[in-house]
Ligand binder design. Structure first.
Ligand code: WTA
Length: 657
């Protein structure tokens, strides 16, 4: 945190958009004035860019905070907005998806073809008994069917819950259970790092007996054939996509649903072990997704080739792969695999091959490319790129400058976009044709968004100071709740500043002398590893679930490439030590967490210690462990029950490393 503050004190570089860029940009400075003059009218105008089967007469209803409704009496069909209306407008032949598989296979899917596929799948889902309001879990790699699945579920007014394909069977099971999903859509597998990563076997495991009996709500599993690996089959329950979808009718009229009809649940890590199902609804979400994609990414659907590298398992994939770009009629690249397979220049090869003009990615990817050196991107023609975006974590000024120079040829403006699963769409960012950008700062709230940086009491800290980021007014794509848990929704986001009615984002931020926002990372027990949110508690519960572990504490330590890395401190059970040697235990525990939660949660380091630092009330002081993990002088230990414990831990850690 201190190094970031140093940077921002000395950061004087400024990059204004070129006159050429500014002139063709979708968003101009007058948007700020319009939004300030009448915020709700501003959002109503953005929402009118969508097709409403029944127009709304009112924008916001905030009479029952923190439960907002937007455009409540309006009716629309989300999938119709992303598909049919473009075909009806004569753009059926426009390519929607330029898909590239990891092994190098390709598919080009036009708007007409995607619409057709979604209509067939909508008929299949209806035939399988899926109705409006039912939940469908989607556990797929980045293939066109993944996007078609989301849209088909939306088309019939049902609710999708996409689970990232890298999550384990247990994680999948808890998400399926929490949502009470009726159907799972998966594939035999997907390609990752040159290998087949199987998915159907994880679904089989997830639906089987995980200690509390077999899963009870899922009636069918619809399986896409992608990798042709052997899969086991449960007759009646399991169905092949290729048997049902092509044979289904492509006639399907999209029925309108109310603006507040739930669209999806997306699980994200909170400060407890139980993942939270963030609930988003239709009209407000789609309106802000489409508007921000147009204004911030400066999307011109007739000419741009857009590429957002996020997986649909994350919110960025929902808003800026599926909904925003398709609502705007974009042509976009979808890539199935990892950036370095089969060679470290794969991404840049794709940019050159398709002539990508807009690239939206994460700082962790940029930093790993930086590490490999500029000679790799320099082997490819990146001159088509005209706008670069960043999302998921703070981007340090060095990475920002490298991105601008090496990838953007000092030409393409960079937009550093801050938002969350909960906010649904971008909230803080430069407008690329308007803002003079500053390396490392996410800068200003978008038109129609109100935020502040406050102290613990909710008092504004003012320019030049740090504090907590709050959103002071409701916005169209805000979460509508946590699935099945309205109390947790209030408690997590609204109780802290209940007097002021502010939404508490959980991020530290600082306003510089010019009022620009600099994000400083999470202030709660949530880590950000490679742009993915992980909860310390969730990994701790996985660790203590292992037979060897008595107690565990997990911290996020800063890491050059991944932003933060998972570092675990474990106390081993006496009984285990009596019966077993500790050789190889560290590797076993790392693998264990990978199996329990997913490879992204696997700790970088596991330290076996004899005690954990605790306060007198028994709370683990993770701050001190973070000092150790980051190799710093250990901070104030006076509130520890046993002040000696830190020197013991330090000794045990240095001995191991
Ligand atoms: C962090 C991802 C700084 C932040 C869209 C937030 C960022 C969390 C930025 C949400 C950014 C995201 N600068 N920090 N540009 N973008 N974050 O829900 O801590 O996966 O609260 O949504 O990522 O992560 P989530």
């Amino acid at each position: 945190m201190s190094s970031q503050i140093d940077h921002l004190l000395t950061e004087t570089r400024r990059f204004a958009p070129s006159a050429e860029f500014a002139e063709q940009a979708n968003a101009h400075a007058d948007l700020y004035d319009e939004a300030t003059a009448d915020r709700e009218a501003f959002w109503a105008e953005q929402a009118r860019a969508l097709h409403w089967e029944k127009p709304f007469t009112k924008a916001l209803d905030w009479s029952n905070p923190p439960f907002a409704t937007w455009f409540e009496d309006g009716e629309l069909n989300v999938a119709y907005n992303c598909l049919d209306r473009h075909v009806e407008a004569g753009h059926g032949d426009r390519i929607a998806l330029l898909w590239e598989g990891e092994p190098g296979d390709e598919r080009r899917v036009t708007y007409a073809e995607l619409t057709d596929e979604v209509k067939r799948l909508a008929n299949v889902l209806t035939d399988l008994g899926v109705e409006s309001g039912d939940r469908v879990a989607i556990y797929l790699p980045m293939i066109p069917e993944a996007i078609a699945s989301m849209l088909a579920v939306a088309r019939i007014g049902a609710i999708h819950s996409v689970v990232f394909g890298g999550f384990s069977a247990d994680s999948l099971r808890s998400r399926i259970d929490d949502a009470g999903a009726k159907l799972v859509i998966t594939s035999d597998g997907g390609y990752r790092k040159g290998k087949i990563s199987p998915l159907k076997p994880a679904v089989d495991q997830a639906l089987g007996d995980r200690g509390h009996g077999p899963q009870e709500t899922v009636e069918h599993v619809l399986v896409v054939k992608r990798t042709e690996n052997e899969v086991s089959w449960q007759e009646e329950r399991d169905l092949w996509w290729h048997d049902l979808v092509p044979a289904a009718s492509a006639d399907h009229v999209a029925q309108p649903f109310p603006a507040e009809n739930p669209l999806f649940i997306l699980y994200t890590s909170g400060t407890t072990g139980k993942p939270k199902g963030i609930l988003h609804t239709s009209g407000g979400y789609l309106a802000q997704a489409a508007f921000t994609n147009k204004a911030v990414h400066d999307l011109h659907p007739e000419t741009d080739v857009y590429w957002c590298t996020a997986d649909i398992g994350w919110i960025t994939g929902h808003t800026y792969v599926t909904y925003g770009p398709l609502a705007n009629g974009a042509t976009q690249v979808i890539y199935e695999g990892t950036p370095d397979t089969p060679h470290p220049g794969r991404w840049w090869e794709i940019v050159a091959k398709y002539g990508v003009t807009i690239l939206y990615t994460a700082p962790t990817a940029i930093r790993s490319f930086m590490k490999l050196g500029r000679s790799i991107p320099e082997q490819h023609d990146l001159s088509s790129l005209r706008l670069l975006g960043s999302v998921g974590e703070p981007i340090n000024p060095e990475a920002w400058m490298w991105y601008r120079h090496v990838i953007g040829g000092d030409r393409a403006p960079i937009v550093d976009t801050w938002w969350q699963t909960e906010t649904g769409a971008i909230m803080v960012s430069a407008l690329p044709g308007v803002t003079e950008t500053k390396p490392g700062s996410a800068q200003v709230p978008l038109p129609g968004i109100s935020l502040d940086v406050v102290d613990d009491q909710g008092q504004e800290v003012g320019n030049g100071n740090g504090g907590l980021l709050v959103l002071t007014e409701p916005w169209p794509s805000m979460l509508r709740g946590i699935w099945g848990d309205p109390e947790r929704f209030k408690e997590t986001y609204w109780d802290k500043f209940a007097d002021q009615g502010f939404y508490f984002a959980g991020d530290g931020a600082r306003l510089d002398e010019e009022g620009d926002v600099w994000f400083l990372g999470r202030v709660d027990d949530v880590m950000n590893v490679s742009g993915h949110r992980l909860s310390t508690t969730e990994i701790e519960s996985a660790l203590v679930g292992n037979e060897a572990v008595a107690e565990a504490a997990v911290v996020g330590a800063s890491d050059e490439t991944t932003g933060q890395a998972v570092v675990a401190f474990c106390v081993i059970k006496e009984s285990y030590m009596k019966a077993n040697s500790l050789d190889g235990l560290v590797d076993k525990l790392r693998a264990w967490v990978g199996d329990q939660i997913g490879p992204i949660a696997r700790p970088r380091d596991v330290y076996i210690v004899t005690e954990l630092p605790k306060t007198r009330s028994g709370k683990i002081m993770r701050r001190l462990l973070r000092d150790v993990a980051e190799g710093r002088e250990v901070g104030d230990t006076t509130t520890l029950a046993d002040t000696m414990v830190m020197s013991t831990i330090k000794g045990q850690v240095t001995q191991k490393s």
